[in-house]
Design a protein around this ligand. Structure first.
Ligand code: LIP
Length: 254
């Protein structure tokens, strides 16, 4: 196993134990708002601290960009990009769909990715040039040819109201073009599902780096394509055909 995947997996599993210990006592959690419709709880913070501690045991001088703590900068070539709990809103509502996302990049190049769904015990990993895996088996994007047959994922931002209209416009066009659309509350897992061929494509026009870094590498290493939108604040992903067809739709609006 690649050393980055080894550490990322250990860190994700360790953080997941903290996360799962709260699943049955969500009412005890103190939740605060980072911004409009942007929640953070003790779980997000504790999981991020655990992941950082695990990484720093082996790589004390690597940079770390965490959703909750921001950038820990050691001027290293390597940066670990962490979303300790992607799908915070789902988690806090008792919806069983959330994950931990960890990516490592060298400069701007994604090198390794790990997305862990602790409830289903599904571990998605990818290493640049070495393919993508779900637990022990190799995964590939779907080979569907047409958007009209495709199950397509998206995520909407509730946080930036200027995006409500373009999001709706793209949704309406995509709805006419695709078989069906899913909006499940975690961009990281949606991208992992594109990598595993469960979703045929994915788009969103508002997102943060920690939500999509690991998923982006997973899709590419699973034979798919990704295009970054709005300077990294959005993404389109899919196989060669669905990626292009969906990108054409999204680009008419943004
Ligand atoms: C969330 C995303 C979700 C998106 C939310 C938010 P968090 O991340 O993954 O897909 O719709 O706007 O960014 O806050 O749960 O880590």
């Amino acid at each position: 196993m690649h050393p980055f995947i080894n550490i990322a997996t250990q860190a994700a599993r360790s953080a997941s134990r903290i996360m799962l210990s709260f699943v049955d006592r969500l009412d005890e959690l103190k939740v605060s708002k980072k911004g409009m419709r942007d929640l953070v709880s003790k779980v997000d913070e504790a999981c991020e601290q655990e992941i950082i501690a695990q990484i720093q045991k082996t790589y004390p001088n690597h940079n770390i960009l965490g959703e909750e703590s921001g950038l820990i900068n050691h001027d290293s070539d390597y940066t670990w990009v962490i979303d300790p709990l992607d799908g915070t809103m789902n988690f806090l509502h008792g919806m069983p769909h959330f994950c931990i996302s960890i990516a490592v990049k060298k400069g701007d190049t994604l090198e390794a990715a790990c997305i862990y769904d602790p409830l289903r015990q599904e571990l998605f990993t990818a290493v640049k040039g070495k393919g993508a895996r779900l637990n022990d088996r190799r995964i590939r994007v779907s080979d569907i040819k047409n958007l009209s047959d495709s199950l397509v994922g998206t995520e909407f931002s509730g946080r930036d109201e200027t995006l409500f209209e373009p999001q709706q416009k793209i949704y309406n066009q995509a709805q006419s073009a695709c078989a069906e659309i899913r909006l499940d509350g975690t961009a990281a897992l949606a991208l992992a599902y594109v990598a595993a061929g469960r979703l045929d494509a994915f788009w969103c026009i508002y997102i943060k780096e920690w939500d999509i870094a690991a998923g982006e590498l997973l899709v590419r290493e699973a034979g798919g394509f990704t295009t970054s939108l709005r300077g990294g604040a959005g993404i389109v992903a899919g196989n060669a055909k669905t990626h292009q067809a969906l990108l054409d739709i999204v680009k008419t609006t943004i």
